[in-house]
Design a protein around this ligand. Structure first.
Ligand code: SF4
Length: 382
């Protein structure tokens, strides 16, 4: 059963970006410096603006009281500090929240907040749709429409913070403690924008979520994995799901391009990997496909020597899915074999199933259409 959240008029308002010429929210330090230089202002104003946008979450220049009235008026005339529009916001019976966000060009993406006892995790999308077509994933049935900009990635965090009342960013009680790039899309097929967005999100004077609390999940885009460790230093998760190329070619087709041998080599050399900073291997449990005791032993052998933990994900069914969820007994047997091999193997409790917000279930209504037709299209109905 989906529950609509009590509507907060502020977050359901159309984005200010519709009326203004350029959006500050989502820009990096260089972008803010350029805005200030363009207005002929001293450089320190960039830091003030940054503070208002990313630390205070201000969306109205009139509220930026340290800037002086004339400057606020000048900024408002040329810029906005808006958000993607919230087309729909639902809360699961288990407290998971999902936002369907409508972007300026009408495409839609999803962002999910998962509250737990000791943390709150925001699952952020990197693309509209996905090219990779993993067989168990609902998002993968929706073809790639386009990459998200850095602003659209940061905007997801800001929308969630708005809804959860988490400004200023230093608030002790803030609920979003962790970010996972595990929403719609393959983040490493949009590396530049994802990296730019994560730099904004990690900046200590703004949204300030530490790299130790950010996990980027990849299906195995091997050539870019080193850069993630070297340039961003965030944690790595790998969507593994199979222990031999024949099966992985089938359920994660990217494997045909970057087979297990290359993927595991990239994991072994991932910069900064150690016992206190393990790689998470995600493994969706598919009934009769990859969940036997032999599969479990093969997995332990495959990752032997890598500081790692496992995330066993009972398959979350979606309409038309070609697989079933493994039985509890099979999942427990699998987890036990991994634990005995020395790998922490929590079984991820399905979250947000009633609102199709669980792992692998995200899918928006956006479809790829030619640019010429897109320009003529009305906004999708809410
Ligand atoms: S699991 Fe991730 S990479 Fe695979 S199709 Fe789904 S969104 Fe794309």
């Amino acid at each position: 059963m989906c529950l609509r959240m009590p509507q907060n008029p502020a977050i359901f308002a159309p984005p200010a970006a519709a009326a203004a010429s350029s959006d500050l929210a989502g820009q990096d330090r260089a972008g803010f410096a350029a805005v200030v230089a363009d207005l002929g202002l001293p450089a320190f104003r960039a830091g003030q603006l940054w503070h208002w946008v990313y630390h205070r979450g201000a969306t109205d220049f009139a509220d930026m009281t340290s800037l002086g009235k004339a400057l606020r008026t000048a900024l408002a005339a040329r810029f906005s500090a808006g958000r993607p529009a919230v087309a729909r916001h639902v809360t699961s019976a288990d407290g998971t929240q999902k936002w369907l966000l409508r972007l300026a060009d009408g495409h839609q993406i999803e962002t999910v907040f998962i509250p737990e006892d000791d943390r709150g995790t925001l699952c952020v999308s990197s693309q509209v749709g996905c090219t990779l077509a993993c067989r168990f994933c609902h998002t993968g049935t929706q073809k790639l429409v386009r990459n998200l900009s850095a602003a659209e990635i940061v905007g997801q965090v800001m929308v969630a913070r708005d809804a959860l009342g988490e400004w200023p960013a230093s608030s002790e009680s803030r609920r979003i403690s962790h970010i996972v790039m595990m929403g719609m899309g393959e983040p490493l097929y949009n590396y530049d924008n994802v990296a730019a967005a994560l730099r904004v999100i990690m900046d200590g004077d703004g949204i300030a979520i530490s790299r130790r609390r950010i996990t980027l999940s990849t299906a195995g885009v091997v050539p870019l994995m080193d850069r993630v460790g070297e340039e961003l230093g965030v944690k790595l998760a790998v969507s593994l799901h199979a222990t031999n190329d024949a099966l992985r070619d089938r359920i994660v087709p990217l494997n045909k391009k970057f087979p297990l041998k290359d993927l595991m080599a990239a994991c072994r050399r991932y910069p900064g990997v150690k016992n206190s900073r393990r790689i998470t291997f995600e493994y969706v449990m598919l009934d009769g496909v990859n969940d036997s005791a032999a599969d479990a032993r093969a997995l332990a052998k495959l990752i032997a020597g890598i500081p790692a933990k496992l995330n066993l994900i009972p398959f979350n069914p979606w309409p038309g899915a070609p697989y079933n969820r493994s039985s509890d007994k099979a999942i427990e047997r699998f987890a036990e074999i991994e634990r005995k091999a020395g790998y922490p193997s929590p079984v991820r409790r399905p979250r947000g199933e009633d609102i199709l917000a669980a792992c692998g279930q995200l899918k928006s209504a956006s479809q790829r259409v030619p640019a010429s037709r897109r320009a003529r299209q009305p906004m999708p109905a809410e």
